[in-house]
Design a protein around this ligand. Structure first.
Ligand SMILES: [Zn+2]
Ligand SMILES: [Zn+2]
Length: 184
């Protein structure tokens, strides 16, 4: 079997067993061979979304999340550089109403903002810069790693986690290495 197909097959069976870390490892191999592969792309989106949820049966290891191959799969806040996995079902949704979204994009200035950086006025989430409505993000804007580049090694890399809506502010969870994750 060709290596690409073999990696995808292994990823799919690991995914069935809810072993997201192994599945992602095989997907990284597949994406390394063929970054444009649709099957690998869709499965990676699903695994990142499910694995980074606070209710994930199998949280994804930070080492894997840090892989640069995954940069295009994340949304990143233009304000604080936290990143998160976009719900893969949003892209095909005709219309979306999301309560307490993990982040969104401003309809006016197109800035991508995380939950910590958007303002909620009378239940409507708005852009802190231009005051216009923030709508759910349908596709990732990509992770730029500004945080990692600008900072020393000790500076935390921020990861957004999410679960069903709760009242703000979000709970921030500290990993043992000092990186932060936000649970919605
Ligand atoms: Zn932010
Ligand atoms: Zn704006």
């Amino acid at each position: 079997m060709e290596p690409l197909q073999e990696s995808i097959d292994k990823a799919e069976s690991a995914f069935q067993e809810k072993d997201f870390n192994s599945a992602l490892k095989y997907l990284l191999e597949a994406l390394d061979i063929s970054p444009e592969n649709n099957i690998a792309h869709d499965l990676t989106m699903n695994i990142l979304y499910l694995g980074m949820s606070s209710s994930s049966p199998c949280p994804i290891s930070k080492g894997l999340l840090n892989d640069p191959i995954l940069d295009p799969f994340f949304a990143e806040c233009s304000n604080c550089q936290r990143f998160w996995a976009v719900n893969p079902f949003f892209e095909k949704a005709a219309s979306l109403t999301v309560l307490n979204p993990v982040g969104g994009t401003c309809v006016q200035c197109n800035k991508v903002l995380c939950r910590n950086c958007i303002k909620s006025i009378n239940g409507i989430i708005t852009c802190p810069d231009c005051g216009k409505r923030v709508s759910p993000l349908k596709t990732p804007n990509g992770r730029t790693r500004k945080v990692n580049i600008q900072s020393s090694k000790n500076k935390p890399c921020a990861v957004l986690l999410f679960k069903s809506p709760t009242s703000p502010p979000c709970n921030e969870k500290l990993f043992s290495d000092g990186s932060r994750s936000i649970m919605s």
